[in-house]
Structures are given as structure tokens and as C-alpha cells.
Design a protein around this ligand. Structure first.
Ligand code: MG
Length: 245
């Protein structure tokens, strides 16, 4: 049985997928730069101007919780919307080019996706440490399954939960409670770890779980208030120090 430093016994560990087990962030910049060039060249625009519009529309798009929910369940459509609006702001109307750029972006991101450093050996060690390991990921079934398949992650988990299959995702309380119930643990015996402060930390604390925030982007401890204390780690490898055997 694993224990937190305060002596709390942890029977189940739930992990997020993207930017927790998989490095899904390192290719973002290069992918947008590539797409900016692709959109700029045939329209006589500067790539920097296109990129600035994409950044502006991206912030707008993902800032709304309902757009976020529908967007993460259909990322290709979300990217078409973002790129279409960015071009629109630059007085360009070319839906075919937008479709091509959205597909190119997806391909670029997919080609740069990789495991976080020493992720697999860490999963193995964590699995030996806690009673059960669960994967709780937001997004569409096809997209998330493709990533789990590609890195053969099924074998590490006793429960895999994908938003697009369950019909409920983080930060809904039911998402965490469905996972704890599936693994036969009470929320207070469960630790959720992930890189998204709202979805992996605030949501799980709200459902009565313990939480560890993985600072994958190197942003430093969030200033936003949380209902209870949580742990701050720089990677899942540090879960091995946090959870004493
Ligand atoms: Mg994540």
C-alpha cells in the first residue's frame, strides 16, 4: 500500500495521458509555424501575421468551456474553425486551403508525439507501488485510442477511461467517481495526477480525491485557489518519491 507523506493510504492512482505520460506539447510551436507558412505563401501574407492571428483565435477558441468540450472531442473540426477564422481576419476566404492546413497540422502533431522521459519504466514502478492504476483522459475515442495503441499503454492500466466513450469527462465530478468505482476504491484512497490544473487538480479535489499537479510546462505553482492542498511535481517520475511503498 502506497502512502502520501502525511500518512494517507493511496490504493488507486489515476493518471492523465497528454502531457503527463505523452509529450504532446513539444511539437505545437513547430506545427503552427509550418501551417502559418502554408497559409501565408499562396495569399501573399507574412507567416508572422498569420501566426499572430492563429494565436489570437486559439486563445479565444479554447477559453470557453463549451467550445473546449466540443472542440476536444473533434480536434480536426476545432482546428478548421481556428484556421478559418484566422484567415477570415486577414481577408482570405479559402476553405480548401483551411482543410488542407488543418490536416497538415494534425499530421505534424502526430509525427512529433512521444513518450515523456522514462514514462514506461515509471508506469511499471508505479503499478507495483499502488493497488491499481487508471488512465483518465479527455478527448475523442479514436484519437485517444490511437495514442494508447501506438505506445502500447493498455498493459499498464487496470482501467482506461476516455471521455468520448464514457460521455463524461474531466472536470465533471462523475468522471473521477466513475474511475474510482471501477477500481473499487473510495475517492479519499485515490490520487489523480495530471498537467491540467483545472481538469486534473481542481476537478479531482472537488470529487474528494487527492491530487498531484504535473508542471509539464514549467509554469510554477498556480495562483488560483484550490479547495484543498495538492502536490506539485515536475513529472510523473516524482510520483515515485511522493508515494512511499
Ligand atoms: Mg493533460
Amino acid at each position: 500500500m502506497a502512502k502520501l507523506p502525511d500518512g494517507t493510504e493511496i490504493r488507486v492512482l489515476l493518471l492523465d495521458l497528454d502531457d503527463t505520460i505523452l509529450d504532446n506539447r513539444s511539437g505545437v510551436r513547430a506545427a503552427w509555424d509550418f501551417v502559418s507558412e502554408l497559409l501565408a505563401a499562396p495569399n501573399g501574407l507574412r507567416a508572422e501575421a498569420v501566426r499572430a492571428e492563429i494565436d489570437r483565435v486559439t486563445d479565444w477558441f479554447w477559453s470557453d468551456s463549451e467550445r473546449h468540450r466540443t472542440g476536444r472531442l473533434d480536434l480536426l473540426a476545432a482546428r478548421r474553425t481556428i484556421l478559418g477564422r484566422a484567415l477570415d481576419a486577414l481577408d482570405v476566404d479559402d476553405p480548401t486551403l483551411v482543410d488542407r492546413a488543418a490536416a497538415a497540422y494534425q499530421e505534424h502533431r502526430s509525427s512529433t508525439l512521444c513518450l515523456e522521459e522514462r514514462a514506461l519504466e515509471t508506469l511499471g514502478a508505479l503499478r507495483a507501488r499502488v493497488g491499481a492504476l487508471g488512465l483518465v483522459t479527455n478527448g475523442a475515442s479514436d484519437a485517444q485510442r490511437a495514442k494508447i495503441d501506438r505506445f502500447d499503454l493498455w498493459r499498464w492500466f487496470d482501467h482506461v477511461q476516455i471521455e468520448g466513450e464514457l460521455g463524461v469527462g474531466k472536470p465533471e465530478v462523475d468522471a473521477y467517481l466513475h474511475a474510482t468505482r471501477s477500481l473499487g476504491a473510495a475517492p479519499e484512497e485515490t490520487l489523480m495526477a495530471g498537467d491540467d490544473f483545472e481538469y486534473d487538480v481542481l476537478g479531482s479535489l472537488g470529487a474528494g480525491l487527492h491530487a498531484a499537479w504535473i508542471d509539464a510546462h514549467g509554469r510554477g505553482r498556480p495562483r488560483r485557489p484550490a479547495p484543498r492542498d495538492f502536490h506539485v511535481l515536475s513529472s510523473i517520475r516524482e510520483l515515485l518519491d511522493l508515494l512511499e511503498g
